[in-house]
Design a protein around this ligand. Sequence first.
Ligand code: 13P
Ligand code: SF4
Length: 324
Amino acid sequence: MKDKISALKKQKNALIMAHYYQRDEIQEVADFIGDSLALAQQAARTDADIIVMCGVHFMGETAKILCPDKKVIVPDMTAGCSLADSCEAEEFARFVADHPDHTVISYVNTSAAVKTHTDIVVTSGNALKIVSALPEDEKIIFGPDRNLGSYINAVTGREMVLWPGACHVHDRFSFDGIMELKRQHPGAKVLVHPECRRPLQLIADKVGSTAALLAFCREDDAREYIVVTESGILREMRLKCPEKVFIPAPPDSAADTGKESAEVGAGCSTGDEDCKGCNHCEYMKLNTLEKVYEALKEEQPEIIISEELAARARRPIERMLAMS
Ligand code: 13P
Ligand code: SF4
């Protein structure tokens, strides 16, 4: 399958991009692996004719908005994102209208429609830098991730108005479970993605995007790390730091998320029927090697966005790229 994908890729001048949360075998065939920011930056500069975006829908959409003349295909069009889904465009537009004198900052994990109501898009890799570059008295709406928003408010002392959205994977890591891991591994440092809740950010040795966490453990001198983000990142961490030990953080019990255990585990790509919730993003894991091959062969499913929508959504993304 990997050889067939390689041959097709060359024949069609296609670029396969993968987020760090993709299945290991997809990361293995990718030409480029990165966090949300790096994927957008790479899409903006590629000269490939076809972009195969192995990630979730909003990542394909962002690539298409930045490269309207290229064919952008995603292996599984149903790969959504609970965080993007927690922010519906019309509701967000009303929220924005209720705060007329505010600059609107949206996380890249949003639909193109939400981006049209946005002044500047950010990712976890540049949100702090971009917010900090704005005048201190500028009033800001930040959406949709309340945990990333709280992190920026705490670090900068700002009082951005937060949209109450969250990612179901990052929002459910277990504080108690991580404290127990810290007890068992006293020398381990804790790496936390800013989509996690505030108490986890507070016990972190490093809070950062997937790329920032990777960079941290490459430069740091600890031997063990407790990794509090989606488990797909472990592949790249172990590849880049083979002498170090990376321990995936456990998810919370169903009780703490307010969901039934069956609901938390539902849709889990591991196929584990006893799963009570895990640190896999089931949307990210919808993409498989077979689907990558089929998508490349058929050149679909393709992301289609009207030029009018793309033009409005492009402005805040380009502003982000310029400020990154
Ligand atoms: P980053 O790639 O910005 O670290 O974001 C993680 C994420 O949740 C992507 O869906
Ligand atoms: Fe969305 Fe999955 Fe990323 Fe969470 S981990 S923000 S659900 S794509």
